[in-house]
Design a binder for this molecule. Structure first.
Ligand code: URA
Ligand code: SF4
Length: 202
């Protein structure tokens, strides 16, 4: 894939990013998805949370984290004492990747090529928001922000750094908690990680 760089504005704020996103042809995913899903939240946010890619509901509505994983994230944010309106929420990949099974669209994990292609958008959001802490949600976001060697299961909840030194912390993706067979335990651990993130912010 050519990558998103040529479509990413190098000046301006989040509204400019939002305007430019629908034109992106940095990989093939735009062609199958209904629409691009931009990040959501204030440019002044101290905390930025990065997920994987929009889901089916997000693709239909054009808004990040409004499907089942988003509802779980909302609940966990409340329990951790975080106001969703104060944080910036985005995804490593901005278009929904799926497989068609009859009438259903089944989520398909983005390939490394999609993550790499979409990275310039994430880099631009980081440059604009300049978060004090980045919460990395799951393996895809970890691949985009923390590199190949990073293992979420081994290092979740611990302070780490992005390549540029920005403080960060990785945890599981909320959709993994939605699907968990030990839901109560895994939801509790997810909330614990978000509380640790709040403590890291100070
Ligand atoms: N919804 C999103 O916006 N991102 C995810 O990673 C999952 C669901
Ligand atoms: Fe561009 Fe990212 Fe969409 Fe690919 S997934 S077309 S790189 S916005």
């Amino acid at each position: 894939y050519p990558g998103a760089a040529e479509w990413v504005p190098d000046t301006g704020g989040l509204p400019r990013v939002r305007n430019a996103l629908p034109d992106c042809r940095g990989c093939d995913l735009w062609e199958y998805a209904d629409q691009v899903v931009p990040g959501d939240g204030p440019a002044e946010a101290r905390m930025m949370l990065v997920g994987e890619q929009p889901g089916d509901v997000e693709d239909q509505r054009g808004k990040a984290f409004v499907g089942p994983a988003g509802r779980l994230l909302d609940k966990a944010l409340v329990e951790a004492g975080i106001d969703r309106a104060d944080v910036y929420l985005t995804n490593a990949v901005k278009h929904f990747r799926f497989e068609e099974r009859g009438k259903r669209r089944i989520h398909k994990t983005p390939a490394v090529g999609h993550i790499v292609a979409c990275q310039p958008w994430l880099a631009r959001e980081l440059a604009i928001v300049k978060p004090e802490l980045v919460v990395v949600l799951g393996a895809t976001a970890a691949r985009a922000l923390l590199g190949t060697g990073f293992k979420v299961t081994a290092q979740r909840g611990q302070p780490v750094e992005l390549a540029d030194g920005t403080p960060a912390m990785a945890t599981v993706h909320p959709s993994a908690v939605v699907r968990s067979r030990e839901y109560r335990r895994d939801f509790g651990l997810f909330v614990d990680d978000l509380r640790a993130a709040v403590a890291m912010l100070g």
